[in-house]
Design a protein around this ligand. Structure first.
Ligand code: BG6
Length: 512
């Protein structure tokens, strides 16, 4: 049998999270302050954190443990899901410390190793979880120095693991390079490429919805489904200096290559043979390999719309256009919006368009997936609305906010005459389970501590997604006749060209 070089023997039983030292590279950054440390704090408050866990922030600036803890506390007070509690924080802060060092300087890693070895020898945890949360340019240096200092080698009785933040490369060659470096330092089974969308409760529920219920899977194919839409709308623009990173990335690389193609894979994949990390990821990879390639400017122009926002009003506030944003090139050719029509060339999905759209400065923040079922024959209830599709059965998976799932169906209005009206069956997490969902990072950190990589992207997933995305980027930036850049006023639902893309197929974007 042909073997897949990317799969290692990690068909492990789902384990419990184990105590470890989490070393965060890029400890002064926003991600550490806003997401990672608050996530670990929440886990502690919820009693989920393994006893003996330690956090070490690694960054360039000189800073004492005390100052580092105080900086973290200030942010935690603002963002904590569970609410900041001074007493609990104090207890938690005792497990946090700081390690100053340049990413390029191997001696800083050696001193870290001496310190970790000494702690383990004194009865502390032998397990090490290295989190690369720095700027991506530093990933190579950090990985290579982890190796040079021997920190990648597990010490007796422990493990050594790495979590790598996005962006995972900028294109296929850079992603392959990073994969190569990462796998020279850590085996694939200890390499965790994070995609925080996979940690969202509702994304995890997609497999449960599909495979733990009897009623959906028989309909989940091109005979019953007409089209699928995935929308990720954001009202934010380039606040907080984000333009510097974003203008080099754009909507396609920033969100589609990772989060949205991951959601698409979960919707389109075949049932896995088991729930092991590779069982699930094997099926997702097959979807990514089956994406019909869009090669050349013509194919890209026919199926992809890119756009930038112009000045407008978002939620009552006037905002500038994309090219006038802080740290954005005034002549920028980077898209803040992208819409795509994708076909998945498999038996199950032949002929079904998957429409994906993502945009900054849209009217509100919302992410949802809608599955549009084919119409029943207009024989018995030949009302105009039925024929026009205004009442199609639509299954909506609300990823955020207001997490839940709803099903639209036709119903007879009460009364003597036969009038049809669409109604909704609605499930909401907040009312059904009475508690808020944990933050994506909480779940993912616990999984990494447990050695469960199911919700992390495997090497071949990342590379296949880049292959698809690169052909679009090439048509935009390397061809002589690139498809044009459209515009949309900030605060609108995107450019008219995106509406026309669906209108060509007789479809329309769902109104959110
Ligand atoms: C990040 C992107 O990965 O995801 C951001 O870089 C985006 O541009 C963010 O805003 C959205 O995440 P969420 O969880 O707020 O939908």
């Amino acid at each position: 049998m042909e073997t897949n070089p990317f799969i290692e023997d990690d068909q492990r039983v789902k384990n419990r999270p184990q105590a470890c030292t989490v070393v965060i590279f890029g400890a002064s950054g926003d991600l550490t302050h806003r997401k990672l440390v608050p996530a670990i704090y929440n886990l502690m408050v919820d009693g989920e954190l393994p006893a003996g866990l330690k956090v070490i922030g690694f960054a360039r600036r000189e800073k004492s443990d005390e100052v580092f803890r105080k900086d973290l506390e200030v942010l935690n007070q603002k963002v904590s899901r569970s609410g900041h509690n001074a007493g609990l924080w104090e207890k938690f802060a005792g497990s946090i410390s700081y390690h100053q060092g340049e990413f390029q300087d191997v001696t800083a890693y050696e001193s870290l190793r001496t310190r970790l070895d000494a702690e383990a020898a004194a009865g502390g945890t032998p397990n090490r979880l290295f989190y690369l949360a720095s700027a991506p340019e530093a990933f190579d240096d950090i990985l290579l120095n982890l190796k040079a200092s021997g920190l990648n080698d597990p010490i007796q009785g422990g493990w050594s693991r790495v979590i790598i933040e996005k962006p995972f490369g900028k294109n296929l060659p850079t992603a392959k390079h990073l994969n190569k470096v990462a796998n020279e330092v850590f085996p694939e089974r200890e390499t965790y490429r994070i995609d925080h969308y996979l940690g969202k409760e509702t994304a995890q529920n997609i497999m449960v919805l599909r495979f733990a219920n009897a009623i959906f899977e028989p309909l989940w194919n091109n005979r019953c489904i007409e089209q699928v839409q995935i929308t990720c709308a954001e009202n934010l623009g380039m606040e907080g200096g984000r333009g510097g990173y974003y203008d080099n990335a754009g909507a396609l690389r920033d969100m589609v290559q990772n989060h949205l193609l991951q959601l698409l894979s979960l919707i389109a994949m075949e049932p896995p043979t088991d729930l092991s990390a590779d069982g699930v990821r094997d099926e997702k990879v097959k979807v990514l390999r089956s994406l019909r390639p869009l090669n050349g400017p013509e194919a890209v122009g026919a199926s992809v719309v890119r756009a930038q926002y112009t000045a407008g009003t978002v939620q009552g506030t006037e905002v500038v256009g994309y090219r006038r944003e802080d740290r954005v090139n005034p002549g920028s050719l980077t898209e803040s919006y992208v819409a795509l029509r994708i076909f998945i060339d498999t038996w199950r999905w032949a002929g079904v368009p998957f429409y994906i759209r993502m945009g900054k400065r849209l009217p509100k923040k919302t992410t949802e997936i809608s599955i549009h079922f084919r119409r029943p024959p207009a024989v018995l209830f030949n009302a105009p609305a039925v024929a026009a599709g205004a009442a199609d059965n639509v299954l909506v998976i609300r990823i955020q906010p207001n997490e839940g799932i709803s099903l639209r169906m036709q119903s007879k209005m009460p009364g003597p005459s036969l009038r049809l009206e669409p109604v909704k069956m609605d499930f909401q997490y907040s009312t059904s389970f009475g508690k808020s969902s944990p933050e994506a990072y909480e779940r993912l950190l616990l999984d990494a501590m447990a050695g469960d990589a199911t919700l992390f992207a495997r090497r071949d997933e990342v590379e296949n997604a880049w292959t698809f995305v690169d052909s679009i980027e090439d048509a935009w930036h390397k061809s002589e006749n690139p498809p044009k850049m459209a515009e949309y006023p900030a605060g609108s639902w995107g450019p008219k060209e995106a509406d026309e893309l669906l209108a060509q197929d007789g479809n329309a974007w769902r109104r959110l």
